[in-house]
Ligand binder design. Structure first.
Ligand SMILES: NC(=O)c1ccc[n+]([C@@H]2O[C@H](COP(=O)([O-])OP(=O)(O)OC[C@H]3O[C@@H](n4cnc5c(N)ncnc54)[C@H](OP(=O)(O)O)[C@@H]3O)[C@@H](O)[C@H]2O)c1
Length: 281
């Protein structure tokens, strides 16, 4: 059996889908994971919660990109079996995506997964992206389109938002390039903006006012619970949004430029490319 594929966990997701495109366009043999039924070639079904299908997918692969899907607050429980499987099967390289700030608390689930990978003996890279710009066309889209508002408990804190397409490019490069092995990279955009500034850039692009309102965390909590997110994940999100409000996500790093040799995309690139999604009516 050929063990030479690059397995992308979360291949239909925001980051993973673009990693798949980039790798395939440069001629690599990519295996896309999904928890759903297989519908196309080069796709494999596996379940990150039950572990079903993981062994077979890793058996076909020599490099893997790992994420923990949103909705699970214990990312260690999702990621650890994957790291163990990569080790057991002697994969050539693992690229793990966690989140900026994950390494602040050595006991956090994301950090425990990072430590397990760092100590595994496998060749690896860890990417820790800041908050994605793409949240404005996914998680926060409903309120923007229904109320023309960004409603978040984030005060006037600045965030060096990153365009997820830049994360994908970094991952696609790291996963096949062994020159930068065994390092972790905090990935950010090129400038830090508060949510009011984000609202203004979107408004000016779509020619209609989108307002940012700093809300009480309890209102977001209610909204997320009503959207049927698990309580522990809602608690996790509110905790990290609390850090955001304290200014912990303002830091700008040069890692995207160092790795890709160009500046990260900025917010105006992002809103131009996504403007149709905010034209709700
Ligand atoms: N959003 C942000 O601002 C931000 C910032 C920093 C870090 N992060 C991290 O980014 C990660 C999410 O990445 P993303 O936004 O690219 O993901 P995403 O778009 O939410 O996609 C999640 C993927 O996981 C797959 N999936 C869900 N449940 C699964 C299961 N039980 N078994 C196997 N696959 C499953 C889905 O595919 P199928 O439906 O096909 O199974 C999908 O491809 C999270 O770990 C988050 O902490 C996010």
């Amino acid at each position: 059996m050929n063990k030479d594929k690059i397995l992308i966990i979360g291949a239909s997701g925001t980051v993973g889908s673009e990693v798949v495109n980039l790798l395939r366009n440069s001629g690599h043999d990519v295996l896309e994971s999904t928890s759903r039924s297989v519908t196309k070639e080069h796709q494999i079904q596996l379940d990150l919660v039950t572990g079903e299908g993981v062994n077979k997918a890793f058996d076909l692969s020599d490099r893997v990109f790992l994420i923990s899907p949103p909705g699970y607050a214990d990312q260690y429980a999702i990621l650890s079996p994957l790291i163990q499987e990569a080790k057991r099967q002697g994969l050539k390289k693992v690229v793990l995506m966690t989140a900026m700030g994950a390494n602040v608390d050595e006991c956090s689930p994301f950090r425990r997964a990072e430590l397990e990978l760092e100590n595994s003996g496998l060749q690896y890279n860890i990417v820790r992206p800041n908050w994605f710009l793409q949240n404005f066309n996914t998680f926060w889209l409903k309120e923007i389109n229904e109320q023309r508002k960004i409603l978040l408990p984030t005060g006037d804190a600045k965030v060096s938002f990153i365009d997820a397409r830049d994360i994908s490019e970094v991952v696609a490069k790291l996963i096949v390039d062994d020159n930068n092995c065994n390092k972790a990279f905090d990935l950010t955009g090129k400038e830090a903006l508060d949510h009011q500034q984000v609202a203004k850039v979107i408004s000016s692009e779509i020619n209609e006012d989108i307002i940012y309102e700093d809300i009480d965390p309890s209102l977001l909590r209610e909204r997320l619970l009503n959207a049927h997110l698990p309580k522990e994940y809602v608690d996790f999100l509110l905790t990290i949004l609390g850090f955001l409000k304290e200014g912990y996500n303002e830091r700008v790093t040069q890692e995207v430029k160092n790795i890709l040799g160009r500046e990260p995309r900025d917010i105006s690139d992002y809103v131009k490319d996504y403007k149709e999604v905010w034209n709700a009516n």
